[in-house]
Design a protein around this ligand. Sequence first.
Ligand code: DGL
Length: 273
Amino acid sequence: MVNAMARILVFDSGVGGLSVLDAIAAVPYALELDYLADTAWLPYGLKTDAALRDRVPHLISAIARAWAPDAVVVACNTASTIALEEVRLAVSVPVVGVVPPIKPAAALTKTGVIGVLATPATVRRPYTDALIRDFAQGIRVVRFGSSALVEAAEAKLAGAAPNDAAITEAIAGLFEARGGAEVDVVALACTHFPLLRDELAAAAPHAVQWLDSGAAIARRLVGVLNPPAGAAQSGAVAITGGVSDLPACFRTRGFSRVFAVGDGSDFGLTRRF
Ligand code: DGL
């Protein structure tokens, strides 16, 4: 058990990890939550596996060296499904990754048809194939990959209207595919997508359960760290690709400090606000 407040570094390509951070903040433990967003490289879902495997462990380990967290949460399915082992090798603290919630979706479906909504990278990964093979036997799985939805979630959290076309395209991709009319549970296998749950639900042709991995990650983190009881606190944000102010979606979650991450190989931090 860590004695004082446990420090957690939550990582994503952009603001999607905030859906996981919100779930962690909801558990009654003394956790300081810091956040790293690789905005310069967003969207990860259109990057190659090799490029992500090369960059993500170096970036996370550089910030972990500077901030000394007690654990790292890779709150990004696209990175978790390709680079989790490499991140574990690069840092000296426990690393918790997100897993597409295919197992709980398969357990919940009554029609025997589930949807999986992810980035174009996650949707075709062998990791996703293996989850379906191991946990969704006898279940029809309708998959759809969207990067436009990632951008729509970014826009929403930046205060703009999310792009309706991205929502409509994703809904059509799931519910108009073969067997899609029977989908009754959708696994949100990208951490940006729970941020659009209301918009997706409003556009869907019938009511379905939209599952994400946030609560499971929070439980796993508590199991790994055994932190003292208390309340979560937001700390600092580090953002790649240039930042001049603390974005509102972080301010409203109690963050007060923002650092720019340099684009050199040492990923140096500069306080901006
Ligand atoms: N939020 C991320 C995920 O869970 C990545 C989105 C992106 O950058 O493509 O997959």
